[in-house]
Design a protein around this ligand. Sequence first.
Ligand SMILES: [Zn+2]
Ligand SMILES: [Zn+2]
Length: 389
Amino acid sequence: MKRLFLSAVALLCILPTQAANPEEIRYGNYPTPRREIFLPKVNGYNVYKADLHIHSIYSDGHVTPDGRVTEAWYDGLDIIAMTEHLESRKREQEYLNFLKGYNGGTPKTAKNWWVYKVGPDEDGILADLNVATQAAVKQAAAYDMTLIPGIEITREPVEFGHFNLLFLKDANLIFDRDPLLALRNAREQGALIIHNHPGWSRNTNAKNEFHQKIYGEGLIDGVEVANSLTFYPNMIDRCLDENLFIASSTDVHGTTADYYGAHGLRRNMTLILAKDKSLESVREALEQRRTMGYCAGQISGDEALLKALFEASVKIELQSVDKRKKQRYYVITNTSSFDYTLYREKASGNWTLPAMSSIRVNFPQKMDLKVTVLNMWYGADKHPVVKFK
Ligand SMILES: [Zn+2]
Ligand SMILES: [Zn+2]
């Protein structure tokens, strides 16, 4: 009887949309599922999934800020930062054309929208650089997504580079013709600063004179070890050697569906180990360097954190023993959404341990239950070795 009642309720829920127009048959799967990323707690902290580098139509992206929130939610994220280019907003002329009626039908001419080399004239930057974050606030609240206000300093890449400023109070007070002073302005507002894509448009990731100066002054808190689908393994060494947090960001301008989804990939994310996802807790986690990076299946971080994530995700159980072959057979089970690539000494090939799956493997008798996790990185060529207990 109870089941009958539930079925009737289910039918009632479906009927109105079909009955509204009897000539239409509606296909599709509504509501759309969020693509969850299941990760266990690590060292007592929740592991939040964040993208700390996102563009919208308010600089040179193709998506609105509220669209960015929705996209990130369906991608399984918990936290995003809006980080428009400070010195480049190529859509300004389109907006002025669109709004020409507000100016008596004559479109104004955009100016000072591309000032990464020369700086603006005496009129300064005329756009309100806080608008992109403000435009995402309502949607972030509706989707319970943490929204970090930010901006990207966008300077000539060989000489200076790009820097994300997070937890900004007023993005309009950051610009200075001298990028060093712009970074100091950000620091004065209490911003955390990420050195973005250190190798982009350069032929090395190494620090130049400007970088020596800003790192030396303590103006850098984190480094992107991955940006889009580019991975910079030696930047993991820099982060760990200099106590900076690891970030892995999409820097998305188009959609994550076309950039990642079309290739069957998850988007890049910075994994943030925090007690909750409030701005205060997220900031505390970044300050304490409790982050890992995810890019195209590669996970980077401090060795102990990587091992803790792996050990919380993966369990091993003895299944059987073949005394004649001198082999023990184990089932290794991965309850997380990340795949792992494992190397066991003397095995004929690497083992793929897919997300939410088990694999049956053999260990010769007397061999330690030890694997190297090849898609985890704690340095340019360093992969954690995990010993199962
Ligand atoms: Zn950039
Ligand atoms: Zn960017």
